[in-house]
Ligand binder design. Structure first.
Ligand code: ZN
Length: 421
């Protein structure tokens, strides 16, 4: 099976689960991811103070529907979990159309689609349905049942850590709080799972964080406050499977190493893409890049947050994401990891005139390469720019040579004692 197909199957498998910012849907999702990855699952009790927030009550749903007098379900949570407003309080009773109507949500401009709505922090209830279904509702009375519970419980999140040669960390984060929505963010989760599985003895330690949006990221930050310095780079991964070109949103710093690396990978890919500046809106980069933390964390998406008509609707289903697009996102991230892990800054130990490379066997060492000329040129560039001010990525950019060629040249020079970190 291709990696794209495997990611798409994971999206399809996770799609029906009723995730929210807390509850069993998140646990079931993490249990599925746990089949592929070693996960540390954390349960944080309701009422725990996390930065300026408090972990809310845990929400779970057994059933929810609006039925006619004969018991025929007109709106059914079992058919599509988007039909129930997230965090709806329990309801049971009979209502007229007038009583029910204020609790119904539609998208009149997109009459075939069911919207995705939540109300985490103000207790209410509601149902979402297509505008067409609303227009076709038979007259009441209606039986309205929401068999949900809001109780003191836990917020659940998970981490998967790939130990590197150094304890400095790269975080890759995905939100896991959306119910049946595929691009936002099951595709991101699927890409992260494959990326994690590929990493083998990397330079950095890679920490994958699967947490609910906002409150989950804030909880993670609160619990890792004391050791946040170890996080050197990061990517918030979302909307990873639609047909649009890749979009990278820079960290708040704007020139963090991760910003330079992703920009370089996208620019040298020769494919359409866009790079946008930071804004305090979107996904969990809002938390990681809040001014107190100001981490070097950017956000990689295809079409960005709220940028496509299917966003937060039933149109964002597994058909909306493709194996090819997810594969493209994965390969791009893989390339980013390859550059990030090998990017170093060296100092030339023989800076007065060019060192004699032939004497050190460095020309011969290139003999077998098909790109000998380019590799020689790369050595000259590395030697010239290794003044402690230029990283290998800077050398690649200034020379126009591929980063892997520059990194190979630097390794050879390092092994010959001509450059030092
Ligand atoms: Zn969303």
């Amino acid at each position: 099976m291709t990696v794209g197909r495997r990611m798409h199957e994971l999206v399809e498998r996770l799609y029906p689960l009723c995730r929210s910012i807390t509850g069993d849907g998140v646990r079931e999702t993490l249990a599925v991811l746990g089949e592929a990855l070693d996960l540390d699952v954390h349960e944080v009790p309701t009422g725990t103070q996390v930065l300026d927030w408090t972990v809310p009550q845990e929400w779970n749903v057994r059933d929810a529907y609006v039925a006619d007098a004969t018991g025929n379900r007109l709106i059914d949570f079992q058919a599509l979990n988007l039909h129930l407003v997230g965090y709806s309080v329990p309801v049971r009773g009979w209502m007229s159309f007038e009583e029910l109507r204020p609790h119904l949500h539609t998208l009149p401009e997109q009459p075939d689609l069911v919207p995705y709505r939540t109300s985490y922090y103000s207790p209410t209830w509601g149902f979402c349905l297509s505008e067409n279904a609303l227009q076709a509702l038979p007259a009441g009375p209606y039986e309205v049942v929401i068999d949900s519970s809001l109780t003191d419980g836990h917020l659940t999140y998970a981490e998967h850590v790939v130990r590197g040669q150094v304890s400095d960390e790269v975080i890759i984060t995905c939100h896991v709080c959306h119910p049946s929505l595929a691009n936002d963010n099951l595709a991101g989760i699927a890409v992260a799972v494959e990326l994690a599985a590929r990493l083998n003895n990397p330079w950095y330690t890679y920490r994958f964080i699967f947490a609910p949006g906002t409150i989950g990221a804030i909880t993670w930050l609160a619990r890792n406050f004391a050791s946040i310095e170890r996080v050197k780079h990061g990517v918030v991964l979302a909307c990873a499977g639609d047909q649009g070109p890749l979009t990278y949103k820079k960290s708040r710093r704007g020139d963090a190493e991760i910003d330079q690396v992703v920009q370089h990978v996208l620019e040298t890919s020769g494919r359409p893409h866009s790079i946008v500046g930071f804004s305090p809106y979107g996904y969990d980069e809002r938390q990681y890049c809040s001014p107190g933390f100001n981490l070097g964390v950017g956000s990689l998406t295809r079409t960005p947050y709220a940028g496509y008509p299917e966003y937060h609707t039933s149109g964002d289903n597994p058909d909306f994401v493709s194996p090819d697009a997810m594969t493209d996102t994965l390969e791009t991230l893989w390339e980013v990891v390859g550059v990030l892990d090998r990017n170093r800054t060296y100092v030339n130990q023989s800076p007065y005139g060019e060192p004699q490379l032939g004497r050190r066997g460095l020309y011969e060492s290139l003999g077998g390469r098909s790109d000998t000329k380019q590799a020689q040129l790369a050595m000259l560039w590395v030697l010239n720019l290794s003044d402690g001010e230029h990283s290998l990525l800077d050398v690649a950019r200034k020379s126009g040579l591929p980063f892997p060629t520059i990194a190979d040249a630097a390794r050879a020079l390092h092994d010959a004692g001509l450059v030092k970190e």
